[in-house]
Every structure is written in C-alpha cells, then in structure tokens.
Design a protein around this ligand. Structure first.
Ligand code: B12
Ligand code: SF4
Length: 664
C-alpha cells in the first residue's frame, strides 16, 4: 500500500523501501524531549537495509537532542510540501527568582499549572483544526518552568531550523513572574522570534490601571505582544497573525469574557503531567466569583458572574485523561461552591467514580459557607474529593470586614470544618497576615486559637499583598503609596508595602514565625491524632505536613511553589546578579542538595514514626479535643469569640439572625 498525499498516520510496518518509493517525509517526535526529526530515508536504507521496518527506528533510534531512545509519538508521514511549513508554538509558563537569584525550579513540582493546561488545550484544538491552513502543521511544546529548564539556546536553534516560523507564548504570567517572563522574552526577541504574553499581570493591570503601569511598557519596548482576557475562541487569531509575522502589540479582550461551556478543556499530554509529584492534572470547571474581597484580582479579571463548563465537558476531559492513566485532578475554580453547575458536575463525577470505576481523586477550593449548601459536602466526598482548600483568610472579624470579606462568618468556621472532618476530607486553609488590626501579638494569639479551637489540618500563611489587578493595589497606586518596585517580590511570601502597626521587618519576622508556631512537633502530632480519630487518611496528611513544615525552613520558598529536589543552573541567575564560577557553583549546589535532603529525610522519618505510633494506638479512635467537639452553646466561651476584636459582636449577630429566621 502506498501512502496517499494527505495521509497522517503511524505506519510502523512499512519498510524503508516503501517509504522511499512513496516520496513521503517521515517525522519522528521524541517521547522524552518532544524534539522532532525528519528521517533521511535513503541514508537509513543504505545503513540498515531497504527492508527494515519503520518500527525498528521507533524503538531503537536515539534522539539527536536528548540522546534517549524511544520515539513514541512517531513516525508520522507527511508529504514533503506540508512538512516544509511547521509552525513552532512553544508555550512557557515562567517561574520566578528565589532568594538567591536563581529561578525556582524542581525535578518534580507539586502542583500542575492549569494556565498551561488551559492554553495547551486551546492550542491543540487549533492544531487539529488546521487553523493555519491545510498545509501548515502546528508543533506544540509546553514547558512549566517550575519543573523544566528552559533551554533558550536549544529553542532558538529549533526556531532557526524552521526559519523562525512560530511563536513563543508566555503563559499565565503572574506579577511575580513578570520579571522572569521579560528576561526570557528578551532572549527570544534578540533572536528575532515572535513572543506573546498573557496571564494575570497583563490582564489585571489593563483591567485596573492606566495601560502603562505596572511596567507594561517593557513589553512594548521589547516588541512582546500582550494579550488580556481569555484565549477561548481567540487563539486562532493570534496564531494566524503570528504565522504572517504580524503580531499586534495588544490584543485586548478584557471586556469580552467568553462563555466556557463547550470550549476546549485544559489538557496536558502525560509526558508533561509526569513532571509533577503524584501525576495529577488540573482543570477549571468554572470562572468568576460573586464576592468582592478587596485584595482579590480574580473578580477584576475573570468577573463576578459564574461561567462554567458543563457536566458533559467535564466527563470528556476526565475520560481523555483517564485514557492516559491520569485520574487525579486539581479543580482550580477559586470557589467551586459558587459554580452554578457544581451539582451536575459532582453528579457526573460520582457516576464516573461509582459506576464506571474511574478512581477519581480531587482537590477543590471553596468558601467558608459551602457547608450550608444542601448536599455539597456529602457529594464532594462521593465525587472523590480528598482535599479541600478553604479561603479562611483570618479569624478576626474586623480584619475580614476591612478586606470586604463579609461572607466569612467566624461563627460558621467550626461547623464548616467539622462537616469536612465528618467526611474524612483533609482541610487546607489560606490565612493572610498583615491585615490592619494585626500585630505580632495578635497573630501569635490567633495562631493558638487556630490550633486549639478549629479542626483544621493545614494552614498556608500569606502576606497581604497589593497584587496588581486588585482593588487594594489600585487604591495604593492612585494615592502614590510606596510599594516595592520589584514585581518578583509579589509572591505573597514577601512584604511589599507598609503596615500601620508593624514595620516591614517586624511583619516579615512574624510571617516566618507563624510557620514555626503552627508547625510545631506538638501540633503536628495533635493533627495526626485528630486524623486517626476522624478517618482522615493519615499517610496523605503526613506528606502534606512534611511539605508545609519543611519548604520554608529548608528552601525559603512558599509551599505552594514547592517541589522535590530543587534544581539550579548557572544560566538561570537573575540578570544583574553576578554569574558564579562553575568551580564554586557546582560544589555548593551538591553540598546544599545533600544537606537539604538529609534534613528532608529526617523530617519524613520523624512524621512517619509519629503517624505509625498514633495509628497503632488502640485508643486512637477515642481521641477528642476542643477543636473536634461538636458546636454547642458553650462555644460562646471560646477564645475565637472572646479574644478577637469583633468576635463577640459576631456571636451576638449570628444569634440575632437565628432568632429572626428560626435557623440555628
Ligand atoms: C490554580 C492557581 C494556582 C496553582 C497553579 C498555578 C496556575 N497558574 O495554574 C498554584 C497553587 C501552584 C498557584 C500558586 C500561586 N499563585 Co495562583 N492561582 C491559581 C488560580 C486559582 C487559577 C489559575 C487558572 O488556572 N486560571 C484559569 C486560566 C484559564 O486562566 P489564566 O491563567 O488567566 O489563562 C487564561 C488567559 O489569561 C489567557 N492566557 C494566559 N496566558 C496566555 C498567553 C498567551 C500568549 C495568550 C494569547 C493568552 C493567554 O488564556 C487563558 C485561557 O483563557 C488563579 C486565580 C484564577 N482564577 O485564575 C490564582 C492566581 C493566578 N495565583 C496567584 C498567585 C499570587 C500565586 C502565587 C504567587 C501565590 C502563592 N504563594 O500561592 C503562587 C505562584 C506559584 C506559581 N508557580 O504559579 C494570583 C496572581 C495575581 C497576580 N497579579 O500575580 C492569582 C490570580 C490569584 C490571586 N491571589 O489573585 N496558583
Ligand atoms: S471569595 Fe476568593 S475569589 Fe471570591 S472575591 Fe474573595 S478572594 Fe476573590
């Protein structure tokens, strides 16, 4: 059989002779580094004999780039004409610089990038639909810099081999990643490669500021095209402009947010997902949040109206992933409880799990009132939720009101957390430090309240940060209040502006202290005891405790940016900082790696030892403490209500509401 002119397939049984006769070009794609290579059929036929089958090369030919064998995705046949036009689309989700000036990068990162998956899904559909015409193939490569080194020289060469026909897309760029994104862009632009950038920094700034702040002119100066809003339904326009070498300086879709039902789902092929610990992937089942927290950028970029994927969309993407063996998902909606379709989505996931046997494991994000929605927590459990992230933010009602987070009622916290505990689901909560009423003393007191009175597992501390795109930032910026000019520091792990009651140094010091105060050996043991008593998976909790206890202590990186085995490369140091001599750099790197991993190993051993002892204790199931005690009238005496400013008013208010409505 001779291949037809437009045939695309995997004809592994063809011989080299068949191929030579057909005049087609054969393309292999390396399954390890995605390098593509056009095979020289006559040369191979001379070397291996004309009767050698194509499959032989698939298994045995080393990749010219990474040297590994296994060209899994090939061979692909194409006519010589079509193979001439291969648009190179390289999607890069940049990381940012750590304290030592090196990019934060790991052998394996903990959390997948949904922004990357979202743009990949859209781009893949454009490629499949031949968005650049029938003769143009779109080669897509996706890199999350938190787990992949961006080999700029290699990429520049790849583009040069294709006459720079293509584009680098800097994806999901947050404010803290903007300086790194520009440093990458600068190198590609110097090689004449087209670059476009999207994500929360560009979108947030254009939504709230004057079109130039914060530092957007840097993109204009470099000739980097900016994209605001969402890419669904627009990406083909960008690709087509790039293919004609005519990328516009700005694509502004900020006031035109698309519906996302039926749009391409976030998706990453397995070879990328494997770069995260636990091989989990992600999708957003919806966008938009009805609330108005003043520190939040999301409502100003994705809007306050709930936009959602349908249950059919979700089933499709789950099945697509299950086909590649992936069944763990982070549903990235900021507040899944306010997704209008939460119930139909949960029902479908329950069906996939209980009837079709897909062993779903889910993490979701919700608000503090989610337990009041009938059936929400119970359905979450049946759908496969094992971890839930709650935007608790603070225990002091005055602080919550200052942040316009009025929907957070501290009188509901215990009920909500106990509802998740009753289902054996691990709770993680975000806790913000640096609200107006905070001082080091009140923060210490509040952490003790969190430990003793709230049945919470993991706390993630953040510094209140005026993120570009938020109302807080806009107000400070308009008033000309001093804010750190280095966007790299807007990672919520730094302090970037002043506080009324603490100096910046005091604030930063209490931030580090907060982590130490919460993750004491004593409290970690209490958390494991609570887990054993309530049926929370103890091994899973051990992993989280080790991650959250060690990342700041050993790496000085926020745990949400953590991973396994921190990697560094001399080329990844922030421009402006001195390049270290290789003879100094590598021995230091080796020493740091050994030292950190010995300490990391000890932390794992210690937590495992505690967990095994607690799990084996015949009394473990009978453990109880104030936090685990069901909510009663006696709760009024808790420090949560008596010690915080506004706490007792919150109790009085909640009682009044109960009296008036008849609901307890
Ligand atoms: C999931 C999530 C995470 C995950 C995964 C990261 C990720 N980006 O996927 C984790 C937990 C790791 C994380 C960590 C952090 N996050 Co986060 N995160 C989110 C969250 C909730 C969802 C991201 C998402 O998937 N959005 C949906 C996608 C589809 O939207 P998108 O990224 O904007 O992409 C669309 C468009 O922008 C556009 N687009 C994007 N790129 C490009 C490129 C081109 C060329 C084009 C044409 C279009 C385009 O097309 C996409 C599809 O429509 C957002 C809030 C939100 N609702 O977006 C916060 C958010 C992005 N995170 C934020 C922050 C601050 C952080 C941290 C620094 C803080 C911290 N310590 O937690 C760390 C940084 C670590 C890191 N390496 O990313 C801020 C960023 C604000 C800002 N101005 O910088 C946000 C907005 C939340 C907030 N607090 O306001 N985060
Ligand atoms: S609840 Fe969360 S997503 Fe909604 S406005 Fe507040 S911080 Fe933003």
């Amino acid at each position: 059989m001779a291949p037809s002119d437009d045939f695309l397939g995997v004809p592994g049984y063809w011989t080299l002779e068949d191929l030579a006769r057909s005049g087609q070009v054969v393309m292999f794609e390396c399954s390890h580094c995605t390098h593509t290579k056009i095979l020289d059929i006559p040369a191979l036929a001379r070397k291996h004999g004309p009767q050698t089958r194509v499959n032989f090369f698939k298994r045995n030919m080393p990749c010219p780039r990474c040297g590994k064998t296994g060209m899994a995705d090939g061979p692909v046949l194409q006519s010589p004409k079509t193979a001439e036009r291969r648009f190179q689309l390289v999607l890069i989700k940049p990381s940012h610089y750590g304290e030592d000036g090196y990019v934060i990068r790991w052998w394996r990162s903990i959390i997948p990038s949904n922004s990357l998956a979202a743009v990949y899904g859209i781009a893949a559909e454009c490629a499949e639909a031949k968005a650049l015409g029938p003769d143009t193939q779109i080669d897509i490569d996706a890199m999350d810099e938190t787990n992949t080194r961006i080999d700029v020289d290699g990429l520049v060469k790849r583009f040069a081999d294709n006459n720079n026909f293509g584009m680098v897309a800097l994806v999901g760029v947050q404010s803290n990643q903007y300086p790194r994104a520009l440093d990458l862009a600068r190198q590609f632009r110097a090689a004449g490669i087209q670059v476009a950038m999207g994500g929360f920094h560009v979108s947030g700034c254009l939504a709230m500021l004057d079109g130039h702040a914060v530092d957007l002119d840097a993109c204009r100066d470099l000739g980097v095209s900016m994209f605001t809003g969402e890419a669904e339904g627009r990406f083909d326009t960008i690709l087509s402009d790039a293919a004609q070498g005519r990328l516009q300086p700005l694509y502004d879709y900020m006031n035109d947010l698309p519906g996302i039902e039926g749009t391409p789902a976030p998706f990453l092929p397995k070879r990328y997902v494997e770069r995260t610990v636990g091989h989990s992937t992600s999708f957003d089942a919806g966008r938009g949040c009805p609330y108005q927290c003043s520190f939040c950028t999301i409502i100003n970029v994705q809007g306050r109206k709930s936009r959602y994927r349908s249950a059919d969309d979700v089933e499709r993407l789950v099945r697509l992933n299950w086909e590649q063996g992936i069944h763990k998902f982070f549903i990235t909606d900021d507040n899944f409880a306010r997704n209008r379709e939460w119930e139909s989505i949960f029902d479908r996931l329950i069906k996939l799990r209980e009837e079709d046997g897909i062993p779903l494991g889910l993490m979701i994000q919700v608000d503090t009132l989610c337990h009041k929605i009938d059936g929400f927590v119970e359905k979450a459990k049946r759908a496969g939720v094992t971890r839930v992230f709650i935007g608790l933010e603070n225990v002091n009602p005055d602080n919550l009101i200052a942040a316009k987070k009025r929907q957070n009622k501290i009188t509901e916290y215990r009920k909500m957390l106990l509802a998740w505990k009753a289902q054996g689901i691990i709770t993680l909560a975000g806790y913000i430090l640096g609200f107006p009423a905070d001082t080091p003393e009140t923060i210490r007191r509040d952490i003790r309240i969190l430990q003793e009175e709230l049945p919470l597992d993991i706390i993630e501390f953040f510094n209140l940060t005026p993120l570009p795109g938020s109302e807080d930032h806009k107000v400070l910026w308009q008033k000309g209040v001093d804010m750190d000019a280095d966007l790299n520091a807007y990672d919520l792990h730094h302090v970037v502006t002043d506080h009324g009651k603490m100096s910046r140094d005091e604030w930063l010091a209490i931030y580090y202290e907060a982590w130490r105060l919460y993750y004491t050996p004593e409290h970690m043991k209490t958390l494991l005891r609570r887990a054993a008593a309530t049926g929370v998976p103890i091994a899973s909790l051990v992993k989280l405790l080790v991650q959250f206890e060690t990342t700041i202590r050993l790496e000085d990186v926020h745990p949400l940016e953590s991973g396994i085995l921190r990697l560094r490369h001399p080329s990844e140091r922030r421009p402006g900082l001195p390049r270290q001599n290789a003879l100094v750099f590598w021995p230091r790197f080796a020493w740091d790696t050994v030292r950190t991993h010995v300490l990391f190993g000890l932390a794992i051993a210690r937590a495992t030892f505690w967990a095994v002892r607690i799990a084996r204790d015949p009394e473990a199931k009978n453990y109880s403490d104030t936090a685990l005690t069901p909510v009663t009238d006696e709760d009024d005496a808790l420090d949560l209500y008596t010690k915080t400013t506004g706490g007792s008013e919150a109790v009085a208010h909640s009682k009044k509401v109960a009296e008036l409505t008849g609901h307890g």
